[in-house]
Design a binder for this molecule. Structure first.
Ligand code: ADP
Ligand code: MG
Length: 151
C-alpha cells in the first residue's frame, strides 16, 4: 500500500483503530522516523482516544482508554529479557496492543498483524506499507482493515 502524505497515513491508521477488536496485536516495524508513532496516533483517534499519545520509548508501555483500551509499547530499548516483562498479559488483555519495534521481542506474540512502514527513497512524504499476518485473529483483523477504499 502506498500512502502519500501524513494525512493519508493518519486516515488509514484511524480506520485501523476503528475496526480493531479486543486482543488484536499489531507490530509496527520500520526505521526511526518511518512513522510508527504517527501511525499509533491515528489508531488512537480511531479508538476515540482524546489524550495525547506520547512515544513510550522510555516507559516501554503506555495505556489509554478509548472504545477499547490501547496498549502502546515501544520495545526498541529492550535488549534482553523482553520475555520477562509480562507483555503477554497485555496481548491477552481487553484491548488492542500496538508494539513499535515488536520484531525485536525475544518471544513474538502467538498471533499478530505486522505493518512494516518504509519511507519512499525518492519522496520524504510517501510511505509504503507491507502487511504480514500471523494467525487467525490477525487474518480477521486484516480482513476488517482491507475493505474499500483500502483494498
Ligand atoms: P517512528 O515512530 O517510526 O520513529 P514517527 O512517527 O515518530 O516515527 O516520525 C515520523 C516522522 O515523519 C514525523 O516527523 C512525521 O511528521 C514525518 N512524516 C512525513 N511524512 C509522513 C508520512 N506520510 N507518514 C508518517 N510520517 C510522516
Ligand atoms: Mg516511535
Amino acid at each position: 500500500m502506498r500512502l502519500v502524505g501524513i494525512d493519508a497515513l493518519l486516515a488509514f491508521a484511524t480506520h485501523v483503530g476503528q475496526v480493531a477488536e479486543k486482543q488484536d496485536v499489531l507490530l509496527l516495524t520500520g526505521d526511526l522516523g518511518a512513522g510508527k508513532t504517527t501511525f499509533t496516533k491515528g489508531i488512537a483517534k480511531g479508538l476515540g482516544i482524546t489524550q495525547m499519545i506520547k512515544s513510550p520509548t522510555y516507559t516501554i508501555i503506555r495505556e489509554y482508554d478509548g472504545r477499547l483500551p490501547l496498549y502502546h509499547m515501544d520495545v526498541y530499548r529492550i535488549v534482553s529479557g523482553s520475555d520477562e516483562l509480562g507483555l503477554e498479559d497485555y496481548f491477552e488483555g481487553d484491548g488492542l496492543s500496538v508494539v513499535e519495534w515488536g520484531r525485536q521481542l525475544e518471544e513474538l506474540p502467538h498471533d499478530f498483524l505486522e505493518i512494516t512502514l518504509k519511507k519512499d527513497p525518492a519522496d520524504e512524504t510517501v510511505r509504503h506499507l507491507v502487511f504480514s499476518i500471523e494467525g487467525a485473529q490477525a487474518q480477521a483483523f486484516y480482513d476488517r482493515i482491507m475493505v474499500a477504499p483500502w483494498k
